[in-house]
Design a binder for this molecule. Structure first.
Ligand code: PGA
Length: 257
């Protein structure tokens, strides 16, 4: 992290876990286990079904509300879809776009990811854009090339005045849900590369302002080392975000003086 230029973002991704009735007790525990800290923003990306309850539970401002997906369309005959405007109306601030599980199981491509990034920005949501390579792609030495492509494709057509609203999350697919975290050095290398790609597109000043997170088996034991890297501005946390004690430890690692 580099607090001079960017806020730290600790974002939980609950995926398809928990029930709406679990939200209140979870938030109370987080409140008891953490302190307010000015340079770290805590986000929970909850399932759609939880958003109304979560909005009420998060109202005190300690946790920002995020969703895990949105429609690429603004409105209309798209059964089962949820639009950016609907999310914004529930006080949702962040939305995950292009998570590898969406790409792998629900056919999302770099083109749909780009459309969803625009749909989010058009409705004043901050997209958390996920990029990352498979183990095979890493072994073949394709990581940087692939990540550059994913970042450039996701940001196609995003104008300069909107880039500060964007968050990128580097999530190596081989590290998600496997307990196989990238080393701090591996994660820093890719995050630095992502910042270089953004610098190439938008210039140094704006590249410095874009938060770039790491995700993939981040937990209470490795968070401190990962967050100490200059280009890792926070985390997107799956499994460990479901356990209040673990998630709180990660928040507190980001709040250290
Ligand atoms: P994980 O998930 O922390 O359980 O690896 C991260 C993510 O998929 O965002």
């Amino acid at each position: 992290m580099n607090r001079k230029y960017r806020k730290v973002i600790i974002a939980g991704n609950w995926k398809m876990n928990t029930k709406p009735s679990d939200v209140k007790a979870f938030v109370e525990k987080i409140r008891d286990l953490t302190v307010r800290c000015k340079w770290c923003e805590t986000v929970i990306c909850a399932p759609f079904s939880h958003l109304t309850v979560a909005y009420r539970a998060f109202w005190n401002g300690r946790i920002s509300l995020g969703a895990q997906n949105l429609s690429q369309y603004a409105s209309g005959a798209y059964t089962g879809e949820v639009s950016g405007e609907m999310l914004r109306d529930l006080n949702v601030k962040y939305v995950i776009v292009g998570h590898s599980e969406r790409r792998q199981y629900f056919g999302e491509t770099d083109i749909t990811v780009n459309k969803k990034v625009h749909a989010a920005l058009d409705t004043d949501l901050r997209p958390i854009i996920c990029v990352g390579e498979t183990a095979e792609q890493r072994e073949m030495g394709l990581t940087e090339e692939l990540i550059s492509y994913q970042v450039r494709a996701a940001l196609a057509g995003v104008p300069e005045e909107r880039i500060r609203r964007v968050v990128i999350a580097y999530e190596p697919i081989w590290a998600i849900g496997t307990g196989n975290t990238a080393t701090a050095q591996q994660a820093q290398e890719v995050n630095r590369h992502i910042r270089a790609v953004i610098r190439g597109l938008y210039g140094a000043r704006l590249a410095r302002a874009v938060p770039i997170l790491y995700g993939g088996s981040m937990n209470e034991s490795n968070a401190e080392e990962l967050l100490a890297q200059p280009d890792i501005d926070g985390g997107l946390i799956g499994g460990a975000s479901l356990v209040p004690e673990k998630f709180s430890s990660i928040i507190m690692a980001a709040c250290q003086e």
